[in-house]
Design a protein around this ligand. Structure first.
Ligand SMILES: NC(=O)c1ccc[n+]([C@@H]2O[C@H](COP(=O)([O-])OP(=O)(O)OC[C@H]3O[C@@H](n4cnc5c(N)ncnc54)[C@H](O)[C@@H]3O)[C@@H](O)[C@H]2O)c1
Length: 265
């Protein structure tokens, strides 16, 4: 226990995968580490079963954590989560928006179903907008706060055809973070985005077969796919006071993938 988050109250959205005996998500791991380092944590997600189990385990370890159902596209759910957090813990210092989905399968722009495109963009972009909108007044009332939006290296580069909604919405997220940082800097609210590269988590476990990873590591200068803790370290830096002068920035954690055009043929 480092006490890095002692006295802080954090809302971690998309953090259901916070059980270290199972495959961790990086928002879930961030929630677990913050609670271990002294924070009171509210995890919110649509995966109620996993989220409830993770929080039960955290409580059994003596950590202060709650689970709530929250669909990021619902303004009502955001309002309830913020009300719950503030009425239970008295304030809200940190919000991590880590909820996300991608296209069910890669489909080019000309063929993707409009509702499918809208669904991906809504979860990412409507979700981040409603999230920031729901927390800023509370943060302002308690003297400031830190918001971390989980984007992707796909905000920078196009990896493959057929993931246009995912890539577009992730790029929108990084720019939204800058815009929100400018609007709320005078209120001491920092807003940053994090851009993870390929990371083995519940989000990718089906796609990242051993065969797939053996192929892809050739394109990663650090020669390995990331683990949840590689990304959580960056989220925790942005969430904590250690990054007190950082706002409107993008933290890219991709093992060097986007620095490189790729191996010579
Ligand atoms: N794993 C990677 O390689 C990678 C790379 C770049 C970006 N990302 C992004 O990082 C974020 C976290 O992913 P992760 O890898 O830690 O996996 P994860 O599966 O642990 O996290 C994603 C969570 O979002 C939740 N979610 C989905 N739709 C939701 C909604 N409408 N409302 C609330 N919650 C919802 C899921 O239930 C899940 O718990 C995602 O946004 C993902 O797109 C992942």
């Amino acid at each position: 226990m480092r006490n890095r988050f002692k006295g802080k109250v954090a809302l971690v959205v998309g953090g259901a995968n916070a059980d270290e005996d199972k495959l961790l998500g990086f928002s879930g791991l961030s929630a677990l580490i913050m609670a271990r380092d002294g924070a009171s944590v509210v995890i919110a997600d649509i995966d109620d079963k996993t989220g409830t189990q993770s929080v039960e385990k955290m409580n059994n370890m003596g950590l202060t954590a709650n689970y709530l159902h929250l669909d990021v596209t619902s303004e009502e759910d955001w309002k309830s989560a913020v009300n719950f957090t503030v009425s239970t813990y008295g304030k809200l210092d940190i919000m991590i928006m880590g909820a996300g989905i991608g296209e069910a399968s890669a489909i080019k722009i000309g063929n993707i179903d409009v509702d499918e495109w809208r669904r991906v963009v809504d979860v990412t972009n409507l979700g981040m907008f409603l999230g920031v909108r729901s927390v800023v007044n509370q943060m302002k009332n308690s003297g400031g706060g830190s918001i971390v939006l989980v984007s992707s290296m796909m905000a920078k580069v196009v990896r493959e055809e057929g993931l246009n909604a995912y890539a577009t919405s992730r790029a929108g997220m990084t720019h939204f973070a800058r815009s929100a940082a400018v609007e709320y800097g005078p209120d001491n609210i920092r807003v940053n985005s994090i851009l993870p590269g390929w990371t083995y988590t519940p989000f990718t476990a089906k796609k990242f077969t051993r065969e797939w990873m053996n192929q892809m590591v050739k394109r990663i200068p650090l020669r390995r796919v990331a683990k949840a803790d590689d990304i959580a370290e960056g989220i925790l830096f942005l969430a904590s006071d250690e990054s007190r002068y950082v706002t409107g920035s993008e933290l890219l954690i991709d093992g060097g993938v986007t620095a490189w055009i790729g191996p010579t043929a």
